[in-house]
Unconditional design. Structure first.
Length: 263
């Protein structure tokens, strides 16, 4: 049996005159995921779901996701407003049936654990001791089942100084928590608008590209440009006894898309 998680990030959905580009880009990425054969078992979008946290932006996001036939889980980013996200999606499968923005979904063969690293008024992130204790408890419930820990902010430096200054502030505490649970298959993040992988706490950190704009490789401290470069997402795939991560092209001319209709 193939087991796969599609990992998208940073769609920055907006409303009004500029809504078309980000909305089309997210729809194309979801259509590409839906066209995979076999289809992913679940889709995760690791934050910055919308650009300014406004109700009308979440309404656009809700319309895009309406009727999408695969299980899909949303993660809070620094551009998001957790309260407005809850008002739009609380109790739905997009938040795992929860009324909170941190939640866990236990599938028969894997667990998706979503953290909320939003810090009000800051582009940087933090989980905090209460969420970390909750994460520890959730991961201990099914020690023999692979788990995906999902959040927005990368918990370690990625080599881009501007973005490293706004990473997860308690990344070391997250590493200590994850390190106690060897069945964590991946830690999934976004925020950087680039595809990045790194070893982390005995597992692999995977940072997904943005579905719309990508950040430049600004390694000398300059501000990265956000450019309409080719788009993609990550596919975390069980292969034998382990896991591999593939990059799936979206905006290439040869990419196969699928469509879906709303309810």
């Amino acid at each position: 049996m193939t087991l796969a998680i599609a990992h998208l990030s940073d769609p920055h959905i907006t409303a009004g005159a500029l809504a078309g580009g980000p909305a089309e880009a997210l729809s194309r990425a979801l259509g590409r995921a839906l066209a995979l054969d076999p289809q992913p078992d679940a889709v995760v979008i690791t934050g910055d779901l919308v650009d300014r946290g406004r109700p009308e932006e979440y309404a656009v996001l809700r319309d895009i996701l309406s009727g999408f036939p695969l299980p899909l889980h949303l993660v809070v980013g620094n551009h998001d407003d957790p309260g407005t996200l809850r008002a739009t999606f609380a109790g739905t499968a997009f938040l795992g049936g929860s009324r909170e923005t941190h939640y866990a979904v236990e599938y028969p063969e894997f667990t998706v654990v979503v953290g909320d690293s939003k810090v009000a008024g800051s582009p940087a992130g933090r989980l905090g001791s209460a969420q970390l204790a909750w994460l520890d408890t959730v991961l201990a419930r099914r020690p023999d089942v692979p788990a995906f820990v999902c959040l927005h902010h990368p918990p370690l430096p990625v080599g881009i100084p501007f973005l490293d200054a706004m990473r997860l502030a308690d990344g070391d505490d997250l590493a200590a928590t994850v390190g106690r649970h060897p069945r964590v298959a991946r830690v999934l993040a976004g925020h950087v608008h680039r595809g990045i992988t790194a070893g982390f706490a005995g597992t692999t950190l995977a940072v997904a590209p943005g579905t719309h704009l990508q950040s430049g490789l600004a390694l000398r401290g300059e501000l990265p440009n956000y450019l309409p470069d080719p788009t993609s997402f990550l596919l975390h795939l069980r292969a034998g006894a382990g896991w591999v991560t593939h990059t799936v092209a979206v905006s290439g001319a040869g990419a196969t898309m699928a469509a879906w209709s709303g309810p």
